[in-house]
Design a protein around this ligand. Structure first.
Ligand code: GLP
Length: 271
């Protein structure tokens, strides 16, 4: 894992947006895995700004969101489809047909999950996966004890997640108890992933994920197995880390390695 510590949440979000910008510019047909949550809002705001003022072009991008609540239609303000439309899709030139969010209202949820996996495979897999982290340690909605090899499926949300997300619902009691999420195995197959965490309330779980043992009770720790993962944090979220360390060297020579060096995450590349 490469770790980039930024001075504050705004800088961390801009940093992640720049990484996405570089990927979109160098690979217009990028397959982008997207995340929701409060942490991502400033990232999407930056992408919209880059679209408007720097001509960032999403017209050929394909996107797959990590997760969706079971039972909420895309028109529900608490659904993740609605979040994506409001925070990104409607403000940039992405083709709506190229945006995928699991359908939490599908009659047959098991086949919706299998189809979601098939659609990801059909476009050749996810090139760049954006991730947040929940206070339960979840990535997507992979809650503690999710198998590392899990695929897209229906899950029951952990109490910590219900506590974290229910205030976003007008009536907190209306928060669904289940969700569809991409699996940990699905996420691990992405070619590169970037996890963004900001704020002091994430410090303890982030440290457990990054420096603790590989543990299904801390689902984000599975990212230690990802060959190409960058953790971007602000100073508050980095507080629990013991070993932020010097800028790591990147040994691979490819476009992502180049963007890590350009962005200052890594110090040098060599073949
Ligand atoms: C949500 C999403 C996750 C997200 C996380 C963090 O429940 N399912 O994909 O990473 O919680 O949310 P926030 O950014 O609001 O802390």
């Amino acid at each position: 894992m490469e770790i980039s510590i930024q001075p504050d949440a705004a800088a961390a979000a801009e940093f992640v947006a720049r990484l996405i910008q570089q990927e979109v510019q160098s690979r217009p047909r990028l397959v982008l895995g997207l995340a929701t949550g409060r942490t991502m809002e400033p990232v999407y705001a930056q992408l919209i700004r880059m679209h408007r003022s720097e001509g960032l072009d999403f017209s050929a991008c394909r996107t797959f969101n990590l997760d969706e609540y079971v039972g909420l239609p895309g028109t529900d303000p608490n659904s993740y489809r609605h979040y994506m439309e409001a925070h990104l899709f409607q403000a940039v030139n992405i083709n709506p047909a190229n945006t995928r969010v699991p359908d939490g209202t599908a009659e047959n949820l098991a086949s919706e999950c299998a189809d979601y996996e098939d659609r990801i495979q059909a476009v050749g897999g996810i090139d760049f996966q954006l991730l947040g982290i929940g206070l339960s340690g979840h990535i997507g909605f992979n809650e503690p004890s999710s198998p590392f090899a899990s695929r897209t499926r229906v899950v029951t949300l952990a109490p910590a997640t219900r506590e974290q997300n229910s205030p976003l619902f007008r009536d907190p009691g209306q928060m669904p108890r289940q969700a569809i999420t991409m699996g940990m195995g699905t996420i691990l197959e992405s070619r590169q992933c970037v996890l963004l965490a900001t704020g002091g309330d994430k410090a303890a779980i982030l440290a457990a994920a990054v420096e603790g043992p590989l543990n299904t009770m801390v689902p984000a720790s599975v990212l230690q197995l990802h060959p190409n993962c960058v953790i971007v944090v602000d100073e508050a979220a980095a507080r629990g880390l013991n070993r932020p360390g010097p800028a790591p060297r990147v040994r691979r020579k490819d476009q992502f390695a180049d963007s890590l060096v350009k962005s200052g995450i890594a110090s040098t590349t060599s073949t």
